[in-house]
Ligand binder design. Sequence first.
Ligand code: UT7
Length: 332
Amino acid sequence: MAKYLADPKIGIVGIGSDAPEELLTNADLERIVDTSDQWIVERTGIRTRRIANSKTTTSMLASRAALRALEDAGVDPGDVDLIVVGTATPDMLFPSTGCLVQRDIGATRAAAFDLAAACTGFIYGLNVAAGMIRNGTHDTALVIGAETLTKITDFEDRSTCVLFGDGAGAAVLRRVENGSGIVSTRIKSDGTLGEMLMMPGGGSLHPPSHATVDARLHYIKMSGNNVFKSAVKSMADIVQTGLDDAGLTAADVDLFVPHQANARIIEATAKKLAFPTEKVFMNVDRYGNTSAASIPIAIDEARQTGRLERGDMVAAVAFGAGFTWGSVIFEY
Ligand code: UT7
């Protein structure tokens, strides 16, 4: 294990998730754009996604996921002293979604903020929160990945609208005595490739106006094929770096939890790293790409279905807009 992570040991002591009940199926999308169930399944592996209705916000999904994670950990909201929310779809620009979650779950002692790393937001959040606990300034952190991406999805653009879904996942981080906890966490970015995946409208570059709405600037724009190629290489590289940090090999990993963007990206990344299919967790077929929420939703589902047990070694990895990417290797 990398020396700087060995003491104190910091682990995930609770996990929870939430997703809207409404479904958006490939058959629904066939009625909206020129696409087919066959194309979507073959190119992405996605069959259905959860979609937030007009009344459901990112902070609502995040708060429900957070309360479930706290219950799983047996921790009272009043004991949380840090909330980090990875999201690209906050309720509003400010106050932060973290502060809205703090209010809604009654985590009165916490410092709360949002972190903008798009699909890598949960991994970045784990890295930042673990660092703050290690510094000794905080004890009990809630790290949340939460999105309502379908609210910034252009349902006239068939190359993106078939990909995304909504949801949230949360983890409680604390010092642990048993097991090794997080044994490696690595994050990277390359801002020169930012234009490959962006939502250009609504900020200081293109403040909201009738013109920006008419130009559809408040929707996701993506050069999918370029993102695909970078994602596979970057995710494989940063998992390998994480394994090297920890003195582990792929054979030591019990469960590989990659960002759920596309079944082909997951399969290609797992193949590069020599993870056999049975160690690779996949639920992209039922959730689509939920961005920062995808990894904690996947870990929670793995736990609930018995794919993940205490003591298992997990390698989680994500890639997203920025570009940003990161890995976390931990004993659950
Ligand atoms: O979370 C991190 C960020 N996002 C991702 O990781 C997504 C990364 N990218 C991808 O998953 C894939 O690139 C896509 C699924 C988005 C696209 O798959 P692809 O194999 O890269 O296809 P492509 O973009 O090269 O498009 C192939 C063809 C095009 O037609 P032509 O030009 O060959 O005639 C597209 O117009 O497929 C067409 N196409 C569609 N056809 C039917 C694109 N979207 C659709 C669609 N239905 N929904």
